[in-house]
Design a protein around this ligand. Structure first.
Ligand SMILES: [Zn+2]
Length: 177
């Protein structure tokens, strides 16, 4: 178990409890003293993900983690927030007990959690993970965000979107506006 803060491999266990996917342990790094959680997983049934274009691939925790981590980069979030979202989504998928889910569902689950956690991360995710949602979903997300943020001074958050992700890669069509 590597400390996510300093990379040290020794930690002590503060607390152990059952989680849906295995055993969750609260640990404290023996070098830097930071606390983090780990889940020692039991072998969960694999879930296939049906993509927008019809391709099917096995659900990848790492891929989802990477996408959410990218969206949350440099945001002021607790160190274990990203892992926790992915744990939640994985548990939710297991709970549903379906052998196949759509990529759109996974995207929606992630966006639902990010929306509550951090608006900037949420809108970044919507753009980075566009595979998961169609163009209309993305547009609605952006419009919804603009509407919500009107008047509270955070409208400038949209400027944090990397310009190359706001439409340039969109199947050769020029971005609207
Ligand atoms: Zn550490």
């Amino acid at each position: 178990m590597r400390c996510p803060h300093c990379g040290h491999t020794e930690s002590k266990v503060l607390d152990t409890r059952d989680a849906e996917l295995g055993i969750r342990r609260r640990r404290q790094c023996l070098r830097c003293g930071n606390r983090f959680s780990t889940v020692e997983r039991i072998q969960a049934a694999t879930v296939s993900v049906v993509k927008q274009d019809g391709r099917i691939e096995e659900f990848s925790r790492d891929k989802l983690l990477a996408g959410i981590r990218t969206a949350c980069a440099k945001r002021p979030l607790p160190a274990d927030a990203v892992e926790k979202i992915v744990d939640d989504i994985e548990e939710e998928l297991q709970r549903r007990g379906r052998a196949e889910v759509t990529s759109r569902l996974i995207g929606e689950l992630a966006m639902g959690r990010l929306r509550q956690l951090d608006r900037v991360a949420y809108i970044r995710f919507a753009s980075v993970y566009r595979d998961f949602a169609d163009e209309d979903d993305f547009r609605r997300a952006v419009e919804g965000l603009q509407g919500e943020s009107a008047g509270d001074g955070s409208a400038g958050q949209l400027a944090l979107l990397p310009p190359d992700r706001t439409g340039a890669r969109r199947r050769g069509r020029p971005p609207k506006r």
